[in-house]
Design a binder for this molecule. Structure first.
Ligand SMILES: [Mg+2]
Length: 182
């Protein structure tokens, strides 16, 4: 589902994604190209793997490969404390990473764009959290894709922010740009 990002009132706009998808695998290189997007920053936990897991689902690994083969530059952006896990997944998929302080701070996202050599207007971010991934991306002025969390298991603090996300999603409903695909 897409949103008219400029339409919500100012207070709500910062949390409004450009799009919402069930899974990253719904994002296609053709779609990104049509938006002149060449690079995609990827959240790790509950976007690419279940929370704290090293297991990348096979369909996600295949999707990463498709994106790479299509020439879309990828980079993980994560504030995980487990560097070994981030490095292992990065090596397994051949995707570089930028690690840093909590999103929505912009420094880590900027570093990722520098690493890929891409300007913000040609970049997107995909992640499962409105208050980190989407807000951070919006602050940087990049295209934001809100991904449905892969698995219900997550950090206790996240469970709290999910309630607020639910409330915000209701506020965002009137600003949907199209009907949800069946
Ligand atoms: Mg996440």
């Amino acid at each position: 589902m897409r949103f008219r990002k400029d339409a919500p009132p100012r207070w709500l706009r910062r949390w409004c994604p450009d799009e919402r998808v069930r899974s990253v695998t719904e994002i296609t290189p053709e779609h990104l190209r049509s938006l002149d997007i060449r690079a995609l920053l990827l959240d790790l936990d509950n976007t690419i793997t279940p929370w704290r897991s090293r297991q990348v689902p096979p369909e996600v690994a295949a999707w990463v490969k498709r994106m790479q083969e299509a020439g879309i530059k990828l980079c993980f952006v994560s504030n995980t404390r487990n560097l070994g896990r981030l490095q292992a997944i990065s090596a397994q998929l051949g995707v570089p990473y930028a690690r840093g302080v909590m999103k929505p701070r912009r420094a880590m996202l900027r570093r990722a764009l520098e690493l890929l050599g891409v300007e913000p207007q040609h970049a997107a971010i995909a992640g499962d959290q409105l208050f980190t991934d989407v807000w951070g991306g919006n602050r940087l002025g990049i295209y934001t894709i809100w991904v449905h969390p892969m698995h219900p298991r997550e950090f206790i603090g996240t469970k709290v922010s999910r309630q607020v996300e639910k409330w915000l999603l209701k506020r965002l409903e009137p600003y949907r740009a199209d009907e949800e695909q069946a």
